[in-house]
Design a protein around this ligand. Sequence first.
Ligand code: SIN
Length: 289
Amino acid sequence: MSAVAERSLDIQRNPGVGAEVRGVDLRRVDDALFAAIHRAWVDHAVLLFRGQTLSDDELIAFSRRLGPLDFAPVQEAGRRFVEGHPELYVVSNVMVNGEPIGSLGAGEAVWHTDMSYLDDPPKASLLYALEVPPEGGDTWFCDMYAAYETLPEDLRRRVDGLRLKHDGTYNSGGYVRQGVEATDDPRRSPGAVHSVVCTHPESGRRALYLGRRRNAWLVDLDLEESETLLDALWAHIARPELAYRHRWRVGDLVLWDNRCTMHRRDPFDAASRRVMHRTQVKGESRPAP
Ligand code: SIN
């Protein structure tokens, strides 16, 4: 990529975190444009592209510019794939013949980083809006670099060097993942252990890497001490200045960096329809301190 002259982009920063990139058709991205998008993504962590008209193949093709894709996680209904597209995860409340076509329903999805319960979590996620409700269903993004940088000094000193177990029992909608036995004991739950402060492999910046709150455990501490410290960290994350709220329009594509952001989703009226297609780009390295 270094041999390619980067094109300049029309970029509008979001409040909180991220930026909107204007005037780009993601069906037509040459190497120079991709180099600029990649640079903007590393710099801003969350990129919004409005007005896209992507087929599933085109969404997958653009996502693959960032690297090999993960297969989608199994949906709550037990189905894994969109027929012919194992990389596509459907996030939707829509039912067809009494069966949900996607995951997460119409409820709230709590703050999380995608699939951080894996040893090698995805580095990027792309979410593309096909149908959106008139109200609700907004997605919020949290800047985990800023979360780390604004930690009070005593808290920062306490968490530096600690390791966190990321739970693989529940998804962000609170549903138990396929094939997993429900438990609320983080010592017994499936999951992966990562440093609670990680260094981003591309930006070199340090970020808090929290995954999700439920069943989290700072494995170097006993459970009670871990709960107290995690509560303090999560209270810090709730600061509104760390977050960007995205109100979706059909045709929006949001690309985010899982290594330095978290996201959550507001609930919406279950009688309205929301259909989103998501892809995930494999991580190149384990999150490292
Ligand atoms: C997700 O957590 O990947 C889905 C977020 C959303 O539905 O907006």
